[in-house]
Design a protein around this ligand. Sequence first.
Ligand code: GDP
Ligand code: MG
Length: 720
Amino acid sequence: MKLPHSKTQKSAKKTAVSEPPWISIIGNPNSGKTAIFNHLTGSNHKVGNYPGVTVEKRTGWLKGRKIMVHDLPGAYSLNPKSQDEKIVADAVQSWRFPGQRPLAVLAVVDATNLSRNLYLTLQVLEWGIPTIVVLNMMDEVRKRDIAIDLNLLRERLGAYAVIPASAKTGEGMKAIVEALLSLTAPAEFYPDESRFTIDEARLAPLAELIAFLETHRRRAAFFPLMDSLRLAAEDRYAAYLQPFLEPEEVTLVSEKVQQARRQYAEMGISCKALESTARYAYIDSVLASTFSEDKIEKKSFSERLDSVVSHPLGGPLILLLILGFIFNAIFSWAQYPMEWIESGVGWIGARANALMPEGVLKSLLVDGVIAGVGNVVVFLPQIVLLIFFISLLEDSGYIARMAFILDRLMNKIGLHGKAVLPMLSGFACAIPGIMASRTIDNWRDRLIAILLIPLMSCSARLPVYVLLISAFIPQTTFWGFLQLQGLVLAGMYFLGFFTAVVISLLIKKFKPVKSTSQFILELPPYRAPMLRSVWWKVYDSAKLFLVNAGSIILAISIILWFLASYPQPEESAGLTAKEKVEQSYAGRIGQFIEPVIEPLGFDWKMGVGLIASFAAREVLISSFATIYNLEAGDDENIVPLIEAMRNDRYPDGRPVFSVLVAVSLMVYFVYAAQCMATFAIVKRETNSWRWPLVMMAYMTALAYLAALAVYQGGRLLGWG
Ligand code: GDP
Ligand code: MG
């Protein structure tokens, strides 16, 4: 007779042939899995001191070996409560199929918090795959008064090895690799269910189910005890066993489960807590004696700090001070490096100007490429600083406190608590933020978060803000330390965040959802950031920024140069350079849409910039640069962009830019959905075209209306 699961097994075998052996890294959030993965594979994936940083399985080669390493998201247990935890549970459940078993499992535990972390380790050990328990954070353990009996722990866990390690200092990394290489053959399968402490009486209702799975154990991989406990706890668990059961057996199992649940209900025992009670009893009775947990000293440091940092009044105040410092630093610290890059770009432009013969090619290179790309690259220091500060906030654990403080402020407002962290990481870039929203278990809440995260001002908006602020917001200082420019910048960031809060408030009011899921954000202890990971984050985003400048922005600069240079009128027409640009293709396109954007205070050049920046926000700057350089005619070196903007005039002599126009343009950029990459990721995460289109539509409408309100409101008040 053909078993219903034979097909799955066959395909499993097929993949087994082509797939190299692999090891899986499993552990609680924040235990240092990704940091260890980076050590083992030599890659530099993002680590962060808050949950939700790794939400997908990542793979890499063990350095110099034909062994794959899989980095999984963090999970507290194999009984999933959110989408990222489900990825881990599913991965483990797939081990039931032969050929889908890893060579070994690296169970990464935070050794400063063993009793909590060993829960998941026990669940993994049960599968009988050789398990290397990595006691990470040993550097922290040594600073405290924690004693761990490594041999006894290994023996009682029944692990293949227990390795003290620190991803921070590199301790133990060699030992992990050696242990891995000592395993050569793929794991034999021997489910071992001895790691429970539960008495017969409590198991009685499950006896029949256990006996059934026991007798069918040979057929495939059943774990009579564990499977029974989880079947009783959760409806969806049955799906994991289905491939190994005949249809009538599926019915039988489900009847026995119902029966067991009724008996538990009569006994007043919660089915959901059965497994955890039994596991923790095991940890307390068997494992706890192998380590002492002296959390007093270090914990009290984190706790003492938290009593100030998370204080209802002090917390928000400190938050404001930190943010104020960051926004000020972005302006003041970046000034010199920015000037160096500026003069470098100017020098290159001047050289090209001097060396090349007059003509089309020279104009393309100087006005299109060098001016366009160069004027964007100038903002590299700001990007680097922003990402540097965000990494410090992430790695130290402060960002989790920020989420906590904001959550408390906004709890009544209706934003799902778990959305706060993804939104905060949206300040670097919307894409990791949208990915991190996978930690939200409820789909509707997650969708709302996905659609609101792009309102956070990402680092691509920073150059636009900085350019407009440096050009048009005066360098006033209040009370000796508050700089107007920094405040305006902070204001733009705040505006996006505030709007997201208001929108979710409206959604909550008009379509209330009975949200049962409470926000329980675990505050990780404060840690000194790992310089290695901060460096990689800064390096990666700087690289991405430059690659973008060298590809998208370069390409669009060239297209724009073409559109703004042609058609070329007869010399005899006697037009000025400025008039020529106005009659070019770009000029015509800009003037065509000018009536639509005129109420926002924008002229045709800004219109062209807005269209072009649909590809990437920084393009606004490169398109201004190209147009102004063409307008300046042939004989000039690269014109300083800020000067050109300040001096630009309408034919009637009115300045094109004013403080009000600059603010209106910035507000437009706070809201506008101008990023193809975000569009693509929303399509992927929601699996439909509908939501990216909704996002695009609502954000563009919001951008238009907000800029309109700013400009017209400002004019009514007589500001410009
Ligand atoms: P994951 O969530 O398990 O992937 O954890 P990460 O690799 O992202 O690390 C979580 C946090 O712990 C980061 O802030 C790391 O810098 C930090 N960290 C990781 N390993 C160690 C370690 O061995 N010692 C110390 N002190 N910190 C570590
Ligand atoms: Mg991770």
